[in-house]
Design a protein around this ligand. Sequence first.
Ligand SMILES: Cc1ncc(COP(=O)(O)O)c(C=O)c1O
Length: 438
Amino acid sequence: MRPNDLGPFWLPFTQNRAFRHSPRMLSRAEGMYFYDESGRKILDACSGLWCVNAGHGRPGITAAIRDMAGRLDYAPTFQFGHPSAFTLARRIADLAPEGLEHVFFVNSGSEACDAALKIARAFFAKKGEESRVRLIGREKGYHGSTFAGISVGGLPNNKKNFGPLIGATEDQLPLPYDAKTMRFTRGEPQAGAEYADALEDIVARRGAETIAAVIVEPMAGSGGVFASPQGYLKRLRETCDRHGLLLIFDEVITAFGRLGAATAAERYGVVPDMITFAKGVTNGAVPMGGVIVSDRIYRTFMQGPELVIELFHGHTYSGHPLACAAAHATLDLYRDEDLFARARKMEPVLEAAVHDLKGAPFVSDIRNVGLAAGIDLEPDPAAPGRRGYDAMRRCFADENLVVRISGDTIALAPALIATEDDISRIVDGVRNALKRMN
Ligand SMILES: Cc1ncc(COP(=O)(O)O)c(C=O)c1O
């Protein structure tokens, strides 16, 4: 079915008019590859949008979705439940660090962040600390595209033109990165834990009694792949503890193996109060997200008269049966193929390959952590973003490669099943594309 009119579908986060001139259509996918209508094989260097962690078209996931669709197409989770959502919540909580015991399901990463931020404010309201409303994000942070997400987010274009944002979100931590000293760092920068101390300054300025929560990505993904410096997250945790603030790890990208562990919290040995997840939980096959919440927070809500709803929040499709089926089958794959350990094993392979791009045309920085890498290109002073766009376009058209861009940064995040050969092909493709650019 070839569309003959590209007007009706308004693509998100896309230059729609440019797209219409040279559409990039993907018609089928299997393993590490997309295919277009003509059968051209296109290597997926970013696991779709950081979500297809086990590779495309896994038959177990497809069968589970098909089976559930035939048995239970839909069931409400307001006042009712279905078994698969409960067993899935158990499995997800079991993958999280101890103490994170309860799962609130939503349908996307944006909704997960929105829910976590609302739970944070409501937690303090329940405790009688109504003045704790401030939500602190970080420069270059991405927490989805809802009003809450862009309010705590740190990507200026995402905030521009949308009028007043959510109140009490003005304070932001700095990105723990210094272009002068950290360029071409491999893995987590050794220095930089002290960037967490900016939280102390905010507390001193605003007063701890006004702050509810801090939300950070353990690896800033959409902002351009920035790993947390060694010791940084631990220091944030300690500061939050000192002042009674909740710490939220936005693990929409990092949960389910991207950093070689079930969660970044596990990799870094730092336990937040909430973890948001989405993407990899269903291998991208059905929309799903959620918040893993500490027992302490949950218990604060589970008090008072039993006939009172504890949290006035949720979505029609929260814990949708098809999403639960896809997630169960996905978690089976991660377990049976030991894919998180595989990501850990492939991390040095991606690191070596991607840092070999140093010296390629326009490359001004390269960063990596887990199975993710960011390659900064010097912006065209007359048209920032043009080089990133051009690289993405050429990778697709000439190198049969799907890469992700954020401004002039190319992001690579191959599926956890990627072989050494796949990784070489990805990096060679990027190099070839850069060589032809101006
Ligand atoms: C860290 C992070 N949080 C939230 C989101 C938003 O997720 P979604 O696009 O599913 O709403 C993303 C998406 O890339 C993300 O990377």
